[in-house]
Design a binder for this molecule. Structure first.
Ligand SMILES: Cc1cc2nc3c(=O)[nH]c(=O)nc-3n(C[C@H](O)[C@H](O)[C@H](O)COP(=O)(O)OP(=O)(O)OC[C@H]3O[C@@H](n4cnc5c(N)ncnc54)[C@H](O)[C@@H]3O)c2cc1C
Length: 474
């Protein structure tokens, strides 16, 4: 009876899983495997919040697979070769990843498996179109989103989710093969030793069932508000599907199939999924952009170093309420609203003039949806050094952004409770309120809540001056 290994990575679902579907179509039995190999993730091994998510997502997948998911430690190539020998498997199936370190590892793995006489078969579970399938008329990759999205749309988002044959009686029993030597999930050490994860546990359920429920909930309400409401951090009008998409507990084709045809909000929402595609397109074709600027002029940008200000930003103690609200939401829940991500990133890289890499690293460690492609694009776009970035002089003003997108302060009051009683008029700029207003609200600036770490106007001008120094360099 022919057996195939299905190697799970960030495709932690049974539906719309092309590698699993192909293995089941071609083999009588499958052995599902997850291999923990953080050393193979290059300079970006999972951050603390992602590791937490991964632990729970693996526990969920193991349940969905009736406890027949085999967990092993890396190195990956040796482990898969050893498992194939122990079980007599003829083939290994997996879904592709697009980060540079993963591509290098998978290329080498494919070679080793084939050299050992095994079939190696990789598939696309993560993207609507793979990075090499979309190019401009000159056959080159895109650097600007709108034409990229046009081409992707015209190509058709038509491929629906793929059907996966039934797993019943097709899973190899791990217990039957002693040489498989399974390890327990806890041995991966993904959960924090000091339990700082209560906020994340209250905010999220990292399971497939929760992903489906969240998609249904969003379709029932959030989507129709999405076009205008997606910019309001105090409302629940975005999907919050990002961690499920990152870990592949939900596939983009499943999301497109569910959203398609929804007249209100559907197009706007699909466009955001398009940004996810674009981010992967860029990281694949320009693999240096997780570390280096896409726009070469920024290689000599005069970044500052200021540990105290970096720490104030990380901890949500900059004295700028909307920035602090975002950073505290991130710390508490592992997620931050997109508009606020842009605002805090602009504040760090422009007003504080601290390197965007510092921000990207912090996000990497604290986001449950930390994703190398999306994070690199988001940071480079906001810092002005990325593909299709906003013009540099568009420095987000967190006061005006707050007054526009959090006019009644719902968001700031939730995350910066010490300012809860400050009237709307002053909430986003408490340093401009009179002592009387502040004392009525029970706030002493510098004691209950920090004074701003920088002057917004002066720091904006400093950023423009820094840009002036490099804009003509090449
Ligand atoms: C500085 C910065 C860093 C970011 N880092 C990440 C990251 O590490 N991981 C991550 O998934 N997203 C990142 N984003 C993009 C975006 O903020 C999140 O994808 C979004 O907030 C997730 O919430 P949601 O699922 O409710 O999004 P929705 O608005 O409901 O969008 C649906 C999906 O589309 C995708 N998407 C939406 N906006 C973007 C975008 N601008 N770029 C790429 N994909 C997008 C996401 O997969 C998202 O789940 C970053 C943005 C910025 C400005």
């Amino acid at each position: 009876m022919s057996l195939a290994i299905v190697w799970f990575r960030r495709d932690l679902r049974l539906r719309d899983n092309p590698a699993l579907a192909a293995a089941l179509a071609n083999h009588a039995q499958v052995l599902p495997v997850y291999i923990h190999a953080p050393d193979e993730e290059g300079p970006w091994p999972a951050g603390a919040a992602s590791a937490w998510w991964l632990h729970h997502a693996l526990a969920d997948l193991a349940k969905l697979l009736s406890a027949r998911l085999l967990l092993r430690h890396g190195p990956t190539t040796d482990t898969l070769l050893q498992l194939a020998t122990a079980t007599g498997a003829a083939a290994v199936y997996w879904n592709r990843l697009y980060e540079p370190a993963a591509i290098a590892r998978d290329t080498q793995l494919k070679r080793a498996l084939r050299a050992a006489g095994l079939q190696a078969s990789s598939h696309n579970a993560a993207l609507l179109a793979e990075p090499w399938e979309v190019s401009n008329k000159q056959g080159e990759p895109y650097r600007v989103f709108t034409p990229f999205w046009k081409v992707l749309g015209a190509r058709g988002l038509a491929h629906g989710p793929c059907a996966v044959p039934s797993l019943q009686r097709r899973l190899l029993s791990v217990q039957r093969v002693a040489a498989l030597a399974p390890v327990a999930l806890d041995e991966f050490g993904l959960l924090p030793a000091i339990r700082w994860d209560e906020g994340m546990a209250a905010a999220w359920q990292p399971t497939r069932a929760a992903a489906e429920a969240r998609l249904d909930e969003f379709l029932a309400d959030g989507l129709r508000h999405y076009r205008d409401g997606r910019d309001l951090p105090g409302r629940d009008w975005v999907s919050r599907l990002s961690p499920y998409l990152h870990f592949g507990q939900l596939g983009p084709r499943e999301v497109v199939a569910a959203v398609r045809g929804e007249r209100v909000g559907g197009e706007d929402f699909l466009r955001e999924l398009g940004w996810r595609e674009f981010a992967h397109h860029l990281l694949y074709h320009f693999p240096h952009t997780s570390e280096e600027p896409m726009d070469g002029r920024f290689a000599v940008f005069p970044w500052r170093e200021d540990k105290a200000q970096l720490r104030a930003w990380q901890r949500g103690r900059t004295g700028i309420p909307l920035v602090d609200a975002g950073m505290r939401q991130l710390w508490a829940t592992g997620w931050m609203h997109n508009r606020v991500r842009m605002i805090v990133a602009s504040f760090l890289s422009k007003n504080l003039l601290l390197p965007w890499h510092e921000g990207a690293r912090w996000f990497w460690d604290t986001l449950v949806d930390a994703d190398l492609a999306n994070n690199s694009l988001g940071w480079q776009w906001t810092a002005g050094s990325g593909a299709d970035a906003a013009p540099y002089f568009r420095v987000f003003n967190p006061v005006l952004q707050g007054e526009r997108f959090d006019a009644h302060g719902t968001y700031v009051r939730q995350w910066v409770p010490e300012l809860a009683a400050v009237p709307d008029k002053w909430l986003h700029k408490p340093w401009q309120a009179s002592k009387g207003v502040l004392s009525e609200a029970g706030v002493v600036l510098g004691t209950d809540y920090p004074c701003p770490v920088v002057d917004l106007q002066a720091s904006r001008e400093r950023a423009l001056a820094a840009w002036g120094k490099i804009k003509n360099s090449r």
